[in-house]
Design a protein around this ligand. Structure first.
Ligand code: NAP
Length: 333
């Protein structure tokens, strides 16, 4: 095939390049990419710090949505016009068009808004699994999480609210804190508290109104993780799941949480879950269907975001690495 697509190749300071499309072949699917977010894991991959790294040269981007243009004669699950998202990490979504293998793609229902589809396969799936797979949570139970304004955090708030689970949401202090608090509450957050306020003795008063959490979700590490699983907050034999390390600090745990509360410490990686469940596609399909139902019911919206034309990818990359920006950068392809 001689036509060309345009792609962000991040590995030599991030350049926009014309690259040739691969042959369609029997199992190929020619996809025109529509939108793709910039997530911390994309940046970590570019930095060479992620658990899976592509062969070089590579195209950046692990998440996004595209429309099928053409399919090889052996492709059975997709047809031209279908919306598709990546089935696994490492697809290279920051490109205008590409030929992917059929098994690397998942079909999306056509009625899901573009930005929701572009941001579905990583953060909402992570939130969904963490709320389902570690503790049996009943309506009225509560969960505490840090980085509550992150993409994962916003999905946790909304999925938990849809299940009747209360959330205590820890964020970093900032000049426009009230604006952020209002936004998270509008998503269904029960309590929003800063890391600083959580350290004060009065923070315990929170638990006079709601039960102590059985589950803590940690996307930050360092002291913030220690506070989320402190015996003052996490319930006896509760679980803290670490899924991210935005502070780049090791997770520190109060000794008393382990000795007196027998707190369990676990980790979660969506990519591993997808690989472990690759043979059991029903589970993945059920999760995507459940998330799409929440989207249709208006119970799961896309993260707060800024849509950026591909040509401005450098400013989008800079914004994605800027603290307190509170807006996911979405490349329009
Ligand atoms: N394990 C998995 O399968 C999995 C899946 C998805 C995501 N993740 C990880 O989850 C984390 C969040 O991803 P995302 O896409 O949801 O992020 P995001 O939407 O880009 O948001 C980043 C979040 O990190 C916070 N943050 C940044 N630096 C921080 C620091 N030094 N201390 C405390 N908070 C800090 C930001 O808070 P401010 O607004 O205060 O800057 C914001 O809440 C990342 O580490 C990502 O790699 C893991």
């Amino acid at each position: 095939m001689s036509s060309k697509g345009c792609a962000v190749e991040p590995l030599d300071e991030g350049t926009l390049k014309d690259i040739s499309l691969s042959e369609l072949g029997a199992s190929g699917v020619h996809v025109r990419m529509l939108a793709a977010p910039i997530n911390p894991s994309d940046i970590n991959m570019i930095q060479g710090l992620y658990a899976v790294l592509p062969d070089l040269p590579a195209v950046g981007g692990n998440e996004g949505v595209g429309r099928v243009e053409k399919t090889g004669i052996g492709v059975t699950s997709l047809k031209p016009g279908d919306l598709v998202i990546p089935a696994d990490a490492g697809l290279g979504t920051w490109q205008t068009e590409a030929v992917f293998k059929e098994e690397k793609l998942l079909k999306m229902p056509p009625d899901i808004p573009l930005v929701s589809a572009a941001t579905l396969s990583v953060n909402p799936c992570t939130a969904f699994r963490m709320l389902s797979d570690f503790e049996t949570l009943k309506p009225g139970d509560s969960v505490i999480q840090n980085a509550a304004n992150s993409g994962v955090g916003q999905a946790v708030i909304q999925i938990a609210a849809a299940k009747g689970i209360k959330t205590i949401n820890v964020v970093r202090d900032r000049p426009n804190l009230q604006e952020l608090v209002d936004r998270l509450k509008s998503l269904g957050a029960d309590h929003v508290i800063t890391e600083e306020a959580l350290r004060k003795p009065e923070a315990k008063d929170l638990f006079q109104k709601i039960p102590k959490p059985l589950l803590a979700l940690n996307g930050v590490g360092g002291k913030s993780a220690a506070e989320c699983c402190s015996p003052s907050f996490l319930r006896h034999k509760g679980t803290m799941v670490t899924y991210g390390g935005m502070s780049k600090q090791p997770v520190t745990i109060p000794v008393s949480a382990l000795i007196f509360k027998d707190v369990k410490l676990r980790g979660f990686w969506m990519t591993q879950w997808k690989r472990d469940n690759a043979q059991n596609k029903e589970e993945l399909d059920r999760m995507i269907a459940d998330l799409c139902t929440l989207i249709r019911k208006g119970q799961l919206s896309a993260p707060a975001c800024q849509e950026v034309p591909l040509a401005d990818y450098q400013s989008a990359l800079t914004a994605a690495m800027t603290p307190y920006i509170s807006a996911k950068q979405i490349l329009l392809l």
